[in-house]
Design a protein. Structure first.
Length: 654
């Protein structure tokens, strides 16, 4: 069945868009990996573009328009559901401790949306503020909504409008063909629709090479002990990045940290301690209120801190992500603009400022190159020419990047650069690993790497070859990231981690590898560790957040083929991340064998570079990888102890 519009992401943005689409006559379906982890529920619900001092003019417009829609929008949702969203135009008070940096020129003291209150006035206006506060700004047009109540209301509205929400179903990969999305792969199968909307917040980067990262926020909640018919605090207090948000039912939310720690969950004492200290200094009576709850969430942040909204490089794909600190605030305007775009083909000029292409340093878009079916990957050509539904393969997805080729190659050991270029081409590979140290030291063949390959089409996988310890490998990984940036791959955070103290067998150090992997994951790298075929180590590396594991078939450059089959099988069976077999493959039959076992990909260098005719061998490896993968997908016939005639005897004449 082909759906009308498939919305990937069931947070506030996905739900709001679904509602607007439905009201315009479309039939949206939502898939949501886990509603509970959406930033929606973590947010304090501030609607505060003035207090947050949004300075980008287009963003300011977007935020102001959204804030002005809020009352009507929440009323509409409340009427649909009979629930309360807690919308409250309560204003924001931003106290200051000293005038330095806080006081604008006198002509700008009071503008239409903010007013300066001096010490006496501010303390009169709001009793209980910290004694050191000498004045502050009053932002009357800002306000709040109870984001958890809003989340419930949106879910209920979606239900009452008959919109299907498939909760617990995440998108695993997006399938594209000739600039159209042709399906979304999920754990329960392929979903197909006429149009697709990506509203996956901080997780957007897992599906597309969009520069969206998580920025963690921790928060906590206390409750006033006074009678709530006369709340002690009737407005939001906001200072720096700390805010105190009172709810009408007596809860007070205190937020929020702002951390670059990837998707590390949980609350940490150090951040909670800091929030409490800052909160208490602004509003000391907080210290006596009962502490009720802590939580954390992930804001989706882009490099310019602005959202990614509107059309994409596929005709039938729309982006609505990267709302950073303003997802709750921007829900009404985002849903209105995106629904108009999809249903009425009406693109508000404001959307131009938030187009994903502002981040594209590579042209044509590396993403469409990486997912294009018009490349030298024979599997996809075969698939296109025959019965696609029966043999369509899912693409290889590593740390959110989608690759149609499952063969990776390297740049080492070639006789000359031209030969290496031909081989990369013939191999059909989209990922080439490069030894950062060899580039640094201008080892022959690595002097002109920038020009040698087309880095708009090839994804660089910097490796830490030559590093004997975890410390060295970490340092080289950072250099590798810079190297990829210099070549125009701004968002390339991949590193092939090699920690190899032993120069005779070149076997990796499991302890050093695990230690370095853990640290690099925390630093935001997509780590692809080279390991011995050790199932326990593979599991530990997966647990610390590695993007793949790269077990060896036999020692590097030995060409001994598959010597680790039994362990490799266990690794493949247990891995939830791609298994890329690296090292030891000597011939195409071995490459095919490893793929038939169910490896997700292969890395082959020496077997190509050291053959008599490297370009021919590169092509043979390309075909073998594809054949092995196709055979794995097709399913091998069972082995039998006895013969079974190919032509059955039933129905023959005696
Ligand atoms: N809008 C407040 C925050 O993101 O912390």
């Amino acid at each position: 069945m082909t759906l009308d519009v498939l919305i990937v992401g069931g947070g506030i943005i996905g739900l709001s868009i679904a509602i607007e689409l439905k009201l315009l006559g479309a039939s949206p379906t939502i898939i949501s990996r886990d509603f509970k982890s959406a930033a929606t529920l973590a947010s304090a619900g501030m609607l505060a573009p003035d207090a947050e001092q949004i300075s980008d003019p287009a963003m300011q417009q977007l935020c102001w328009q959204s804030r002005s829609l809020y009352r009507e929008w929440t009323c509409k949702l409340e009427n649909l559901t009979g629930l309360n969203t807690g919308y409250w135009s309560c204003g924001v008070l931003a106290p200051v401790y000293n005038l330095e940096n806080n006081l604008p020129p006198s002509c700008d003291l009071n503008s239409h949306n903010r007013y300066w209150l001096d010490g006496e006035v501010i303390h009169k206006c709001q009793s209980g503020l910290g004694k050191d506060i000498i004045g502050g700004w009053w932002y009357p047009e800002d306000g709040q909504v109870d984001s958890r109540a809003l989340g419930k209301t949106l879910l209920s509205a979606v239900q009452s409008l008959g919109i299907e929400v498939k909760e617990g179903i995440g998108a695993e990969a997006i399938l594209e063909e000739q600039c159209r999305v042709v399906g979304v792969q999920t754990k329960t199968g392929l979903l197909q629709a006429n149009h697709y909307v990506i509203a996956t917040g901080a997780w957007a980067n897992e599906l597309f090479p969009l520069p969206v990262k998580p920025k963690k926020g921790q928060m906590l909640q206390v409750r006033v002990t006074e009678n709530i018919s006369s709340l002690p605090l009737n407005r939001i207090l906001f200072m720096g990045n700390t805010y105190i948000v009172p709810r009408k039912d007596g809860r007070i939310i205190i937020g929020a940290s702002s951390e670059d720690v990837g998707f590390t969950p949980h609350n940490t004492p150090v951040e909670i301690q800091e929030l409490l200290a800052l909160g208490i200094s602004i509003y000391p009576q907080l210290q006596d209120y009962p502490l009720e709850d802590f939580w954390s969430g992930f804001r989706p942040v882009t490099p310019d801190e602005l959202p990614i909204l509107g059309s994409s490089y596929c005709d039938n794909l729309t982006f609505a992500t990267g709302h950073y600190r303003n997802g709750i605030l921007l829900a009404p305007i985002t849903s209105r603009l995106i629904a108009d775009l999809i249903c009425k083909q009406k693109s508000d000029p404001l959307l131009d400022n938030f187009h994903y292409s502002r981040f594209q340093t590579l042209s044509p878009k590396i993403s469409s190159v990486l997912t294009s079916t018009k490349n030298s990957n024979p599997l996809l050509s075969i698939v296109n020419n025959t019965h696609q539904t029966s043999i369509t393969d899912t693409p290889l997805v590593i740390a959110g990047k989608v690759f149609s080729s499952r063969l990776m190659t390297g740049t080492g050991k070639y006789r000359c650069i031209e030969e290496m270029q031909k081989c990369v081409n013939k191999s059909g590979c989209q990922i080439v690993t490069v030894a950062v140290r060899r580039v640094q030291n201008n080892v022959p063949g690595h002097e002109s790497l920038a020009e040698a390959l087309d880095w708009e089409k090839i994804w660089m996988l910097p490796n830490t070859a030559g590093c004997k310890t975890a410390e060295e490998a970490i340092r080289v990984a950072f250099l590798g990231r810079e190297m990829a940036k210099l070549l125009g791959q701004e968002d390339n955070n991949f590193v092939k981690l090699e920690v190899i103290p032993d120069s005779k067998y070149l076997l990796p150090d499991p302890f050093g590898t695990l230690e370095a992997a853990e640290k690099l994951v925390k630093e935001g790298f997509a780590v692809l560790p080279y390991i011995n075929a050790d199932p326990m180590l593979a599991k530990r590396l997966e647990e610390v957040g590695c993007a793949t594991v790269m077990p060896l078939a036999s020692p590097i450059g030995s060409g001994q083929g598959l010597q680790t089959a039994i362990n490799l099988q266990i690794i493949i069976e247990n891995a939830k991340i791609p298994v890329v077999v690296d090292a030891g493959i000597g011939s195409p039959s071995e490459a095919a064998q490893v793929m038939e076992m169910g490896s997700d990909a292969l890395l082959v260098n020496s077997a190509i570079a050291l053959s008599d005719n490297p370009p021919a061998m590169a092509y043979a490896m390309n075909l073998a990888t594809v054949a092995g993968r196709m055979a794995y997908s097709a399913g091998r016939m069972p082995m039998r102890s006895y013969a079974s005639a190919s032509s059955p005897l039933t129905g023959t004449i005696d």
